[in-house]
Design a protein around this ligand. Structure first.
Ligand code: ZN
Ligand code: ZN
Length: 240
């Protein structure tokens, strides 16, 4: 862990660069998803006890490595902030934020888990409706759809809508994206409400999808009890 006296910065830009964790967050996300796949696979093959294999060891080592990197970057960033701005609240602010996770966990445990799982299990939860490919990075959101940055174009005139979000429309009847001009011209029913999803928010979303699918797989194989007797039939989780 770097010590405080070794940290030297001159501009706020350096602080911003130092706090960039997108690469580590992406790799951590991939490791967690791979870990979930390994668990699901061991369940598929009927192996109830996950043996200590080379693959598992390498995954756990990778998880620990990227977690440590992210913790280090956050601690370094808060210390740099204190040094740079000559304030003494940087570290406290970080720790208070981390403590706030308890409240979020308590809130999440109070929501309807089965309904949540059903939302994250559906293919459209991480698939772009325009190209039908998975969305793994910064993207756009409209209602419960996620759309690649490069796919946010008018289906009719081809205009790029990625920097004109208020003009983007989703036509539910034909399941296409239109610009507001073309939607008005075609007189089709259309919806707005597009917003940007940050890279980090999308990684969190992908983890929730992977987690929900893992639980569904474990439940359908009998490795985990169903939280509700009607869970599978109600939400079709076994087909996820
Ligand atoms: Zn797409
Ligand atoms: Zn158009």
């Amino acid at each position: 862990m770097p010590t405080f006296h070794k940290i030297r910065f001159t501009t706020a830009e350096h602080v911003a660069v130092a706090l960039s964790v997108s690469r580590e967050a992406k790799l951590l996300c991939k490791k967690v998803v791979s870990f979930f796949h390994l668990l699901a696979r061991s369940c598929d093959t009927g192996v109830r006890r996950l043996g200590v294999t080379q693959e598992l060891l390498s995954l756990v080592t990778g998880l620990a490595h990227y977690l440590k990197l992210i913790i280090r970057i956050c601690l370094q960033g808060s210390l740099r902030l204190e040094k740079e701005k000559d304030i003494d609240e940087g570290l406290n602010f970080l720790l208070t934020n981390i403590n706030g996770l308890d409240d979020r966990l308590a809130h999440e445990s109070s929501v309807d888990q089965a309904a949540e799982a059903a939302v994250y299990c559906r293919k459209k939860a991480d698939t772009c409706p325009v190209c039908n490919e998975p969305v793994e990075d910064k993207c756009f959101k409209q209602a419960d759809r996620i759309i690649h940055m490069q796919c946010l174009r008018c289906h009719n005139c081809g205009v790029d809508l990625s920097d004109k979000l208020p003009h983007a429309r989703w036509a539910p009847g034909t399941r296409i994206i239109l610009c507001s001009n073309c939607a008005a011209h075609r007189l089709v029913d259309s919806q707005g409400g597009f917003s940007e999803v940050t890279r980090l928010a999308q990684y969190v979303h992908l983890l929730k999808c992977a987690h929900a699918r893992l639980l569904a797989t474990l439940r359908s194989s009998g490795a985990l009890p169903h939280t509700s007797g009607t869970l599978r039939s109600k939400y079709g989780l076994s087909t996820c």
